[in-house]
Design a binder for this molecule. Structure first.
Ligand code: CU
Length: 149
């Protein structure tokens, strides 16, 4: 006969009763179980302390843009911005409910494509130097340029 140590979590009385009838041969096993039993409860795992809310950094939009282009009055303002490679441009859409978008032209403009927005920001990070012309696909007369040094 064997004593299942896991049963000790059910209660000391039950365990001892079984041990008594099991006989003296199990004294060694009883000792092993008793030492484990001294832990008192089965739930020995301490729940991890939750990270306190103040540790969470307040994140703004994305990374801070090197240039901001306002999309308003049916135009991009300013029409030309200049940044360094690796920097970002943020377009702020705010034209009184008129939807616009940013759509790059030419080969290097393929990476530039915003959703159609009536408000809110669109940010794009430019990794390669070059001159990036773009339009609003809904209003192609809205044309502007990002120069990446
Ligand atoms: Cu537009």
């Amino acid at each position: 006969m064997l004593v299942d140590c896991r049963e000790t979590t059910l209660g000391g009385m039950h365990k001892r009763f079984r041990l008594i009838i099991a006989g003296i041969a199990l004294v060694t096993a009883f000792s092993a179980c008793s030492s484990e039993d001294s832990g008192d409860t089965a739930s020995t795992t301490t729940p991890a302390t939750a990270v306190d809310g103040s540790a969470v950094p307040t994140t703004a939009a994305d990374a801070e843009a090197a240039a901001v282009v306002e999309v308003m009055d049916m135009s991009f303002k300013p029409a030309t911005v200049t940044i360094e490679a690796g920097e970002a441009v943020t377009w702020e859409f705010d034209d009184g409910g008129i939807p616009h978008a940013v759509q790059g032209l030419n080969d290097n403009g393929m990476e530039l494509s915003s959703p159609i927005l009536k408000s809110g920001p669109y940010t794009h990070t430019f990794t390669a130097p070059g001159t990036y012309e773009y339009i609003c696909p809904l209003h192609p007369q809205m044309k502007a340029t990002v120069i990446v040094k």
